[in-house]
Each structure stands twice: as C-alpha cells, then as structure tokens.
Design a protein. Structure first.
Length: 100
C-alpha cells in the first residue's frame, strides 16, 4: 500500500464545447468510473452553469501514487474515448492541490 506522502491529490476544471454540457457530464461519468480500479478516489464533483467563463465541472480526486495515476491515464477504455472527449470538452485544467 502506498505511503500517504505518495498520494497525489488533483483538481480538474472542465469547460464544455458550446451546447455539449450534457455530453461533457456523460463522458466524465464514463471515465471517472475507472478511477477506483486504479487506486484512485473521486472526492467530489460539482457542476456550474459555465457563465462568465466559469468551468462547467470541477472535480477533486486522489490517487495512491504516480503509478496509479499513470495507469488511469493510460487505461485503454479511457483512451478509446479520445474522440468523444474532443467533441464535448473544450478545455481542461489539471493541477495538484492539498485537501484541507
């Protein structure tokens, strides 16, 4: 089991392509369902109306370590959805955070 110090905590901000807000949510439902299989936990998901340039979805998650995160990112079930992702997601910002 990974040491708590190895744990990776991330925040992801997602902006939908115009008119694809529901598509973004559906895509994220699919790929985030894979997170637990890779030693990760979706801590929180929140949606906004996307007005004034705000992201349509905010996610917080954690992974046991870099190997687990890399496994999730390389999962062929996730990478097979790249075309769908490109159709519904306009922009993504992913960055490390500390959970308080």
């Amino acid at each position: 089991m990974a040491n708590h110090d190895d744990e990776i905590r991330l925040c992801c901000l997602l902006w939908a392509q115009p008119g694809q807000e529901e598509g973004l949510t559906a895509y994220e439902d699919k790929v985030l369902a894979l997170v637990p299989e890779h030693g990760g936990t979706v801590v929180q998901r929140a949606a906004s109306d996307g007005a004034d340039g705000r992201p349509h979805e905010v996610q917080l998650y954690r992974f046991a370590g870099q190997r687990e995160l890399d496994g999730y990112l390389a999962d062929p079930r996730r990478t097979a959805l790249t075309e769908e992702r490109d159709r519904v997601v306009a922009r993504t910002e992913l960055f490390p955070v500390d959970l308080l």
